[in-house]
Design a protein around this ligand. Sequence first.
Ligand SMILES: *Cc1c(COP(=O)(O)O)cnc(C)c1O
Length: 224
Amino acid sequence: MIDLARRIHEVEARISSACAACGRSPESVELLPVSKRQPSALIREAASLGYRCFGENYVQEGSAKAQELPQLEFVLIGPLQRNKAKPALQHFHEILSLDRPELATRLRQMAEELEVTRKVWIQVDLWDEATKMGGCTQNDLPALMEALGEDPRLPLQGFMAIPPPERPEAFQEVAQLRALWQDTLGRPLRLSLGMSDDLEAAIAVGSDQVRIGTAFFGSRRGQI
Ligand SMILES: *Cc1c(COP(=O)(O)O)cnc(C)c1O
């Protein structure tokens, strides 16, 4: 508990200094703790320290935790297969990894069938890394937007990305993409950018949400 509280304090302090460095208010940045491959006991501790919403990568693991901890909210930040659309909509409050038109179509069908509304974010990959992490390329984005079709059951929040560490300009590129689509859609969009190692760079380009795993919870377990 003491360790967790200290790590959380350090992360919050890093966010505050990063905000101070670019003239932003610390409240303008949401800290999303990422609890993948962390035990439920630790998530409970984080909840007792004031955190209510957690990011999970795997549908099965996250669904199990959501059922075990119904007082908390879980959001899906990992790749989603079309055949897992139903459990994803049942157990997660938001989906941050929408990255292709077929998945949008499937989620729309399932959301209607289940009669649920879930916030979604489009995960983008502007650097041709698509194989590993998922993410929609810039070229495929219009088709994905069209497939999503401003469905009121799946309100679009903004963009999520995992910029490659070796490409410092990547953060700015995502920020520009956001600006472009804000103009196109005529409304504000959020950015979920920044993890344990690069939250400062993300905040500097205007990220609204940082997703923090190891710096928050400590190193991940091999198995739960
Ligand atoms: C694991 C993960 C994180 C957290 O990574 P850390 O480096 O542990 O902070 C954030 N976002 C996504 C999409 C992840 O898969």
